[in-house]
Design a protein around this ligand. Structure first.
Ligand SMILES: Nc1ncnc2c1ncn2[C@@H]1O[C@H](COP(=O)(O)OP(=O)(O)OP(=O)(O)O)[C@@H](O)[C@H]1O
Ligand SMILES: [Mg+2]
Length: 158
């Protein structure tokens, strides 16, 4: 996590806490959410990662994914909310939005777990519904509205 932090912060002020497994950032605007997503994306871009994004409606989950996408060479304008079809698939990145998914059985029956592949970055908005079947190693990112804009808490689970 130290490496990740160093990359994310680039010596700047966004870090609030760091206990080696958890890092908290403040993003005061849309561009900052994207930038933190970008730096996070760079730190995982040479390997795969499961990236779970928890947060209320409009908390910035898709914005963060736009940043990750840019980090792996995908045009951010292609990253839109896949609410009606559960997922969008790109070269190196799969973007799920499970807001409307009813159970993890549905997820498994559609074969979506095949995307848990160590070469892909798999971003999952509204991940709780599949929590029981997620791999143990993942990033759990929590976004919250706050007075400054958004807080972004990145947890690395192993
Ligand atoms: N740090 C920030 N400060 C203020 N506004 C932000 C910030 N980050 C993102 N936003 C804005 O929040 C709004 C919602 O962003 P976004 O669509 O990424 O949220 P979401 O969590 O994916 O929403 P949903 O739950 O509908 O999928 C957008 O208008 C975006 O510009
Ligand atoms: Mg979204």
């Amino acid at each position: 996590m130290k490496y990740l932090l160093k990359t994310l912060l680039g010596g700047k002020k966004r870090e609030v806490t760091n206990d080696n497994l958890t890092s908290t950032f403040l993003a005061s605007c849309y561009e900052e959410t994207k930038k933190i997503g970008y730096q996070f994306g760079k730190s995982v871009s040479n390997k795969g990662a499961i990236v779970c994004l928890e947060g209320d409606l409009g908390s910035g989950k898709t914005t963060f994914v736009k940043g990750i996408a840019t980090a792996v060479g995908i045009n951010e304008t292609l990253i839109t909310s896949p609410t009606f079809n559960y997922l969008n698939i790109f070269d190196r990145l799969v973007h799920f939005d499970l807001y409307r998914l009813k159970s993890y059985h549905e997820f498994l029956s559609m074969g979506f777990d095949e995307y848990f592949d160590d070469q892909l970055i798999v971003c999952i908005e509204w991940p709780h519904v599949i929590k029981a079947i997620l791999p143990k190693q993942l990033y759990w990112i929590k976004l919250n509205h706050n007075l400054c804009g958004r807080s972004i808490i990145i947890n690395k689970l192993a």
